[in-house]
Design a protein. Structure first.
Ligand code: NI
Length: 187
């Protein structure tokens, strides 16, 4: 398994629609394994294919030590509301309050291609909504008010200018790549 580069805000692929997966191939299995490895290295709880520069319609998720992949996921029910702070592995160090459904039921395929449903609340529901958004070119900052989005983007641009980084790729340091699996709540 390998830790993949993470594409960050400004990379066009983060705004592209993904392509439904039609065949479970060895390449797809390797992508799923590498995405888990990358998510853990970055201490995230979710990661979507466009974040590693891929266009397959899938995301990996691990909230509360329950790892699973959703292939071609669809939200079939939403209920209630929750508001809470979100971050994203593709927009490091930027956070904002986002309103999401409190509960979702998601229909997806697992890594063998079998259909399943997950009925999720709270953080898992938030994570699923965030990761499914990624598969349709949406980012959490899209939900912020204009004023808050401008402030977040200004902070982002300033940090990037300081780093002199125009590549839109975030390479995890070897320490991060080899690091512990401590989590925070970046998606
Ligand atoms: Ni994200």
């Amino acid at each position: 398994m390998s830790v993949l580069d993470i594409y960050v805000l400004g990379a066009p692929i983060l705004r592209h629609e993904t392509v439904p997966v039609t065949e479970i191939t060895p390449d797809l299995q390797r992508l799923i394994d590498d995405m888990f490895e990358t998510m853990y290295a970055a201490k995230g709880i979710g990661l979507a294919a466009p974040q590693v520069g891929r266009s397959e319609q899938l995301s990996v998720i691990d909230v509360d030590e329950n790892p699973f992949v959703v292939i071609n996921p669809d939200i079939v029910l939403t209920e209630g509301k929750q508001k809470g702070e979100e971050g994203c592995l593709s927009i490091p160090d930027i956070y904002g309050d986002v309103e999401r459904a409190m509960r979702v039921i998601v229909r997806a395929q697992d890594r063998t291609g079998k259909s399943f449903e997950v009925d999720a609340n709270d953080l898992l529901a938030r994570c699923l909504q965030h990761e499914i958004d990624h598969l349709h070119g949406r980012l959490f900052i899209d939900y912020l008010s204009l004023v808050k989005r401008r402030a977040a983007l200004a902070k982002w641009e300033k940090a990037r200018q300081k780093d002199g980084d125009r590549s839109h790729i975030r390479k995890l340091t070897p320490q991060e790549a080899a690091g512990s699996h401590r989590r925070d709540e970046e998606l």
